[in-house]
Design a protein around this ligand. Structure first.
Ligand SMILES: Nc1nc2c(ncn2[C@@H]2O[C@H](COP(=O)(O)OP(=O)(O)OP(=O)(O)O)[C@@H](O)[C@H]2O)c(=O)[nH]1
Ligand SMILES: [Zn+2]
Length: 294
């Protein structure tokens, strides 16, 4: 009878799954039989039990997928504790509309999100705009991957959790990841060498093990984001700062767009709600009203 141990799937390629196991080894496994019957496909991030078939070559078989508490479709990953969305305060200029759409989509998925503005060493014109996200209802941190500012806070945030890092190209995602995991670098390289074998063209979802129960998934940069299947009237619930006013305006069903005596519009005027976010809200609301996809 082979040994059964637990671990986490950190990568899956062509029917093989790579398990970071509790004994500290990386196992190459197949998922035989039972999954085909149960129609459940193992996902990166799944906690699994594996049967060790060949201890010398670290080969095994996944025998059980432990219950998932959530899963994302893009990137395909299970058991995500949080997402960190990275933008740069400058170079490239932050696309706040993209940020707000991203936040809506994460709100919809139910995964907690932290906003991270990088490159604070540059002294940009739009620092105040970035700072206004501190009032968005999301934890908002400011870092400089180049100078190491804010990296300790980032390390605290990711500790013992599974975190998806997302952000547009060029904002310094790689630099930030390198800043938080200098010691894990060599290990990641070793794993990649073993796994890749000439498959450089496709980008697969992969969790990086930072140590302990800390895992990070780096996602490819994105430049647009389409979230559909939200009714315009429900959009306000996906903006925590705006949702706080639901039912409090003169009109109980106020959508905070063109209704009179709207407390949200008042809060924007008073600087309690970010004007940028409010304007994005109205833009997305109107798009949804017109049933255009955005
Ligand atoms: N001034 C400044 N530049 C930074 C900082 N972090 C990264 N950069 C620079 O920004 C550029 C992009 O950094 P990367 O880490 O490659 O960015 P990325 O988000 O991983 O980019 P993609 O690979 O396109 O997704 C590089 O020239 C970095 O040197 C920072 O904190 N301050
Ligand atoms: Zn209102």
């Amino acid at each position: 009878m082979a040994d059964i141990i637990s671990g986490k799937i950190i990568k899956g390629i062509g029917g093989f799954y790579y398990i970071d196991a509790e004994d500290g080894h990386l196992y190459e496994c197949k998922a035989k039989g039972i999954f085909r019957n149960k129609k459940i496909k193992p996902l990166v991030g799944d906690n699994v039990n594996i049967e060790i078939l060949d201890p010398e070559n670290n080969l095994g078989n996944i025998v059980e997928i432990l219950p998932r508490f959530n899963s994302l479709i893009r990137p395909a990953v299970a058991n995500v504790d949080q997402t960190i969305i990275i933008f740069a305060v400058s170079e490239p200029e932050p696309n706040f509309n993209l940020l707000d759409r991203f936040l809506v989509s994460m709100e919809k998925s139910g995964v907690e999100t932290i906003i991270c503005f990088n490159k604070t060493d540059l002294s940009p014109d739009n620092m105040e705009a970035c700072r206004s996200y501190s009032k968005s209802g999301y934890e908002t941190i400011f870092i400089s991957a180049r100078e190491g500012e804010g990296i300790d806070r980032l390390r605290e945030i990711i500790k013992d959790r599974t975190t998806v890092f997302a952000g547009p190209s060029g904002v310094g995602k790689s630099s930030t990841l390198n800043a938080i995991k200098p010691e894990a670098e060599a290990q990641t390289g070793a794993i990649s060498d073993k796994i890749k074998r000439g498959k450089h063209t496709t980008r697969h979802s992969e969790l990086m093990h930072i140590g302990g129960r800390t895992y990070i998934m780096d996602t490819p940069g994105f430049s647009s984001l389409y979230v559909d299947s939200i009714e315009a009237e429900d959009l306000k619930e996906y903006f925590p700062d705006i949702a706080a006013y639901t039912g409090k305006c003169r009109f109980n069903m106020c959508n905070h767009v063109s209704e009179p005596d709207c407390l949200v519009k008042q809060a924007v005027a008073d600087g309690e709600i970010s004007r940028i976010r409010y304007e994005d809200y109205v833009m997305i609301y109107n798009d949804l009203k017109e049933k255009r996809k955005w």
